[in-house]
Design a protein. Structure first.
Length: 232
């Protein structure tokens, strides 16, 4: 299942000019950072470590300009952004859902700088509210130096669950984890805590819970409680 996708068109390595353009863009960002924000963060994080540190300050400055809605003057960082894709090759990045887990497919045929700039120019084209929400996410991705996987998603999205359903609709996922009946919209704090205690008891191996699944299930139950209480 396709969760997010981005094509970045760019000059070939042997080309005398350095140009950038955007291809297909599918970046859902609701609820923030959404699958789109996670994909953009993964592209930036996986490539920023291979960019000369002399460029890092300029990249941060460019993020700030985009966040403020300032028109980005071209060219920037030795590349010129354009609409025309004629003569350019491209890199293709996707976020995929496999059952209820997430997989990254980052296929780059250009330089690390071209990938990072492509992400920033995508941000520039989003509406003001979305851009303001996602730029801080990109700054978090900027500092990540671990593997691009579940721990990265947890860090970037600020959630302990990396299930597709939890990221797509956190409230619905939380209600399901705490076994609220269908049609429940906004349970009270007392109801959430009651369901939390009951689910934790049932999940514990001492009360018949599966030992192999107990740890993850109890973590999900705790995260579901946090999501619903934060929404009150």
């Amino acid at each position: 299942m396709l969760l997010a996708e981005l094509e970045i068109f760019h000059s070939r390595p042997i080309a005398p000019t350095r140009r950038l353009s955007l291809g297909h863009v599918y970046l859902p960002v609701d609820p923030s950072p959404g699958f789109g924000g996670i994909l953009l963060g993964a592209i930036l994080s996986s490539h920023i470590r291979d960019i000369d540190e002399d460029f890092h300050v300029d990249i941060q400055r460019l993020l700030t300009e985009v966040e403020r809605g300032t028109r980005v003057v071209q060219p920037r960082l030795r590349h010129r952004f354009q609409v025309d894709r004629h003569g350019l090759t491209y890199s293709h990045h996707r976020l995929l859902g496999a059952k209820d887990s997430i997989e990254f497919e980052l296929n780059s045929s250009g330089s690390p700088l071209q990938q990072v700039l492509g992400c920033i120019y995508v941000l520039e084209r989003l509406d003001d509210t979305t851009r303001t929400l996602l730029v801080p996410v990109m700054r978090k991705a900027f500092t990540w130096r671990g593997p691009i996987g579940p721990s990265f998603i947890t860090y970037l999205a600020g959630t302990r669950s990396t299930a597709v359903s939890a990221l797509a609709d956190p409230r619905a996922w939380a209600l399901d984890i705490l076994q609220f009946p269908g049609g429940t919209v906004k349970p009270s704090k007392r109801e959430v805590m009651s369901r939390f205690r009951a689910c934790m008891r049932d999940a514990h191996p001492d009360h018949g819970g599966d030992e192999k699944l107990a740890s993850k299930l109890m973590m999900d139950i705790t995260e579901a409680r946090r999501i619903l209480l934060d929404a009150l």
